[in-house]
Design a protein around this ligand. Sequence first.
Ligand code: FES
Length: 149
Amino acid sequence: MSIKLSINFSNVTVDADPDMPLLWAIRDKLGLTGTKFGCGVGACGACTVHIDGVAVRSCQTPVGDVGDGKITTIEAVSGKTGAAVQQAWAEMDVVQCGYCQSGQIMQAVGLLTENPRPTAQEIEDGMWGNVCRCATYQRIRAAVARASD
Ligand code: FES
């Protein structure tokens, strides 16, 4: 089935089963491999993208359910908040192996878009579901705080 998507400021059509997880449409159909597969059950956050600016788990989102939603992946994260998060990530030297980081950054940008001045507890709560196997959690939390207004 042909499914129309708006992704990273472009309109595209993918040939996919509507039940296919958006993650696989993004990676396999569109070749945007910055979005990662971790668990496939919504428990790790590696696959986080934005739909209309809200962070979602693309492994748990059927591609046929996206409709007119505007998808943003790590390849196109931008704007004031996106730039602030990426700069803070570099300044705090957050990344270790890097596998989870695109999901972490997408979650952080979503959090700060919704709440530009989160408390430490709000950062903890907002980032809680994004797993880092290198346990860079302190640097992630510090970078989110640095990127806040
Ligand atoms: Fe989607 Fe883990 S791969 S939450």
